[in-house]
Design a protein around this ligand. Structure first.
Ligand code: AMP
Ligand code: FE
Ligand code: FE
Ligand code: ZN
Length: 283
């Protein structure tokens, strides 16, 4: 049984519609898929509907952008939370709103040197997508400035570049508490992904665990082997759920569906804990 609990559609920075993503997953031989768009749950209905049509199991999820007080980026996956929970929704919407302001500022800075406009960025994003650097990267590709998203990230959109601007993001401990209160299951995404930038110190793990963190995404291409061993040890010590996933973004990233996966017994723990919304087609 192949279970992939971390994927993105074009309602965030993936390149496929939620329905197409589920069809791709069925073709790739997956059995159960979670849709975890950045700061956005508007893809759930279409994904659930397509799961029913294709015989796939579907787990509703989200990936919440967070940042520690010393500015380290943390991504928190949440499964089966109540998407209408007001406190959580307010926090997510604050990040989504600030992402727009921030993207416009990045475009302003870029437009001094490159033929980039806000219009062009909007052409590369779905109307209710969570706007991020990948959409700006796509505009840079269209403008002929770079060949692909990866090159845009490496050369232009990286933190420290004169074009980089950050956005508001919740504290990870607060986000864990909010997900719990929305009856969801919080799982730390790619926790030791050193290539993405600085990673958190041990005490942040423990603060998040004290707040109710339920699991660690251990098997992810951005966690180096040594880091995966450390995460497995921590999961065992703290009785945390262990997940593995692709972090598929369609054509936006090399990650392929099912390249990492979660075991059925670990999924069962998630399904038991998450009561804010419903999975589809899992028996
Ligand atoms: P943002 O959320 O706007 O800060 O942009 C971060 C997003 O960019 C992440 O969710 C990744 O999916 C994506 N990303 C980061 N690095 C790369 C890369 N090298 N190539 C393609 N996408 C990337
Ligand atoms: Fe992404
Ligand atoms: Fe992430
Ligand atoms: Zn992701």
């Amino acid at each position: 049984m192949l279970i992939d609990l971390h994927t993105h559609s074009f309602v965030s920075d993936g390149t496929e519609s939620p329905g197409d993503l589920m069809r791709s997953a069925a073709k790739a031989g997956l059995d159960i898929v979670a849709l975890t768009d950045h700061d956005q749950t508007s893809g759930w209905d279409e994904a659930a509907q397509t799961a029913l049509e294709t015989g796939l199991g579907f787990v509703p999820g989200i990936e919440i952008s967070c940042r520690t007080d010393n500015h380290i980026s943390v991504h928190l996956l949440a499964y089966l939370h109540d998407p209408l929970n007001e406190e959580l929704l307010a926090e997510i919407n604050r990040a989504r709103q600030d992402r727009i302001t921030r993207a416009q500022r990045i475009v302003d800075l870029l437009s001094e040197d490159f033929p980039i406009t806000w219009d062009l960025v909007q052409k590369h994003s779905h109307p209710d997508a969570t706007i991020g650097r990948p959409h700006i990267a796509d505009a840079l590709v269209t403008a002929g400035v770079v060949d692909n998203r990866s090159e845009a990230f490496e050369r232009i959109l990286v933190p420290g570049s004169k074009y980089y601007v950050g956005h508001y993001a919740a504290d990870p401990v607060v986000a864990v508490e909010l997900v719990k209160r929305a009856n969801g299951v919080p799982v730390f995404a790619h926790p030791l992904a050193a290539a993405r930038g600085r990673v958190v110190k041990d005490h942040v793990f423990h603060d998040m665990i004290d707040a109710g963190l339920a699991g660690l995404e251990v098997f992810h291409r951005d966690n180096p082997p040594q880091a995966q061993r450390k995460l497995l040890e921590l999961a065992q010590q703290e009785n945390l759920i262990v997940t593995g996933s692709s972090d598929y973004h369609g054509a936006g990233k090399p990650n392929r569906l099912g390249e990492n996966s979660t075991s059925r017994d670990q999924l069962e723990r998630i399904l038991e804990l998450g009561t804010g919304s419903h999975s589809v087609g899992i028996n």
